[in-house]
Design a protein around this ligand. Structure first.
Ligand code: CA
Length: 249
């Protein structure tokens, strides 16, 4: 597979950048590094059902990237016409997190390690950008991807006022990596995450790893969409090389 120059050039035009200089990779966790979205959807669906709120398992794939509070507010507004109180958020998000930990163990996404190894090899800074606040996964990162991230290079739900799709998480990640938007590449699997990264100004690579159709990712602002993480990992060297070498005058 050959990456078309136009992928880069049309992004430059759309963003009014002259050139890209990818120095940092801002990387989503659930559905990108971990095959965890099915478990999240199941845990949310179980909670909603227990609360007597009608919901489909599939809708939770579309909410992916939102903070727990934001997902609870969607459910509460549908059922009761109001936001959840902070006590309700604390209680129900804790219950959802508990259900998640009781589910079958989540596996690293095939290709994720290869992708992170590439970023390390070319000395790109890595920042984890996740809407999750679930320690169970964050704690596993060092075990599953040794040396890929340091603790001071992680944006979690605890570090932002506004979660994805708001650009704040990716803006914060750029600050941590000390890069400008034209120096950042974001890796995402969900429309809300793609929108957050695109609005922050990053060149956004989307990967379809679940039931979300690629058109949704393009609509959200993805510069390029890969069909799997192994494909993404394989194509990244070529993509990063082209990002460095193409420019518009
Ligand atoms: Ca995700």
């Amino acid at each position: 597979m050959e990456i078309n120059d136009d992928v880069i050039l049309s992004f430059l035009k759309r963003r009014h950048y002259k050139q890209l200089q990818p120095l940092a990779a801002l990387i989503d966790m659930d559905g990108t590094l971990y095959d965890s979205m099915g478990n999240h959807a199941d845990a949310w669906h179980r909670l909603a059902t227990e609360l007597g709120i009608t919901a489909t398992r599939e809708e939770f794939f579309m909410y992916e990237g939102r903070t727990g509070a934001s997902t609870l507010n969607i459910l509460f507004n549908r059922a009761y016409g109001r936001d959840a109180t902070s006590e309700e958020i604390e209680q129900f998000y804790a219950r959802k997190a508990l259900y998640f930990t009781q589910m079958p163990s989540v596996k690293p996404m095939p290709g994720a390690m290869q992708m992170l190894d590439f970023f390390k090899e070319v000395n790109m800074r890595r920042v984890l950008v996740t809407g999750s606040g679930q320690r169970s996964l964050i704690d596993r990162l060092e075990r599953d991807f040794p040396g890929a991230f340091t603790l001071d290079m992680m944006v979690t739900s605890r570090d932002v006022k506004c979660g994805k799709p708001h650009p704040e998480p990716f803006i914060k990640a750029m600050e941590m990596a000390r890069v400008r938007p034209s120096q950042a590449i974001a890796i995402e699997n969900a429309p809300l995450g793609v929108k957050s990264a695109f609005d922050a100004g990053a060149f956004t690579v989307a990967v379809t790893t679940g039931p979300i159709p690629r058109e949704e990712l393009v609509k959200a602002g993805a510069a390029i969409v890969f069909d799997s993480m192994p494909q993404c990992a394989e194509m990244l060297p070529q993509l990063v090389f082209k990002m460095f070498s193409l420019s518009i005058s």
